[in-house]
Design a protein around this ligand. Structure first.
Ligand code: GTB
Length: 219
């Protein structure tokens, strides 16, 4: 059964792979699971047919037979749980649980202040308090990056081999591109680059870029 994802029909990031379908594409590429993509417009995302799959009218969604899922974290976890390659085996239950903890850490501890800053620069830019608030938001991000950098140290990945926790963390950290906040952390920058160098990442990136360029991905 080939799963079907939804992604933006018009890529607002101009193919930079920052929208959350990229996480799901990368996970599927890591485990070698082919997939189809249904592109949706901003109007379609808010219509009843799409909301039946995603109550908040967003992408990505994931359909596989009679299963329909939303939330990139839940989808990546589902893929990681069903296929080998993204989580340590059940025989190493503690390592598996820790890799899952890193997925949650990426989504619920590291990503929120990053998204908060992003939203502030998009929707609060003309507010009188924007310039005062921005440094506070950036300090919050730096606090998390300090802690993450300290924990990663010189390791390649967060806990042993590459896992879905790293996939999610790399994608979350990529959201800082262009902010100037990540560059100061040499180990975190190298960590993101290591993720982006993975063949599965490159295939996923090329596939989402093709939506923007209109040209099929090149090998
Ligand atoms: N928690 C959900 C998840 O993890 O799946 C969040 C899903 C979500 O935010 N989806 C966004 C969406 O559908 C796309 S990814 N937005 C439309 C809407 O809410 O109406 C967020 C995103 C969008 C665009 C860029 N970009 O252009 O750089 C980056 C990230």
């Amino acid at each position: 059964m080939i799963p079907i994802l939804t992604a933006f029909e018009q890529s607002p990031d101009r193919g930079r792979g920052l929208a959350r379908d990229m996480r799901v594409r990368w996970a599927l590429e890591e485990v070698g699971q082919p997939y189809d993509v249904r592109l949706v417009s901003f109007t379609e995302m808010k219509e009843a047919a799409h909301r039946a799959l995603h109550p908040f009218g967003q992408i990505p969604t994931y359909e596989e037979g009679d299963l329909a899922l939303f939330e990139s974290g839940a989808i990546v976890f589902h893929i990681a749980a069903r296929h080998a390659g993204l989580l340590p085996p059940h025989s190493d239950a503690n390592a598996r649980a820790r890799a899952i903890a890193w997925m949650f850490a990426a989504l619920s501890t590291v990503e929120p202040p990053i998204v908060e800053r992003e939203q502030a620069s998009h929707v609060e830019r003309d507010k009188p308090w924007h310039d005062e608030r921005l440094p506070l938001l950036e300090d919050r991000i730096r606090g998390r990056l300090d802690e993450l950098s300290r924990r990663l140290g010189d390791a390649d990945w967060l806990d042993g081999g590459f896992s879905a926790g790293d996939l999610m963390m790399v994608m979350v950290l990529r959201r800082l591109e262009g902010s100037g906040l990540l560059e100061k952390y040499r180990n975190l920058s190298a960590y993101v680059a290591r993720g982006q160098a993975r063949p599965a990442y490159k295939r996923a990136f090329a596939a989402q870029l093709a939506v923007f360029t209109g040209k099929p991905p090149t090998a």
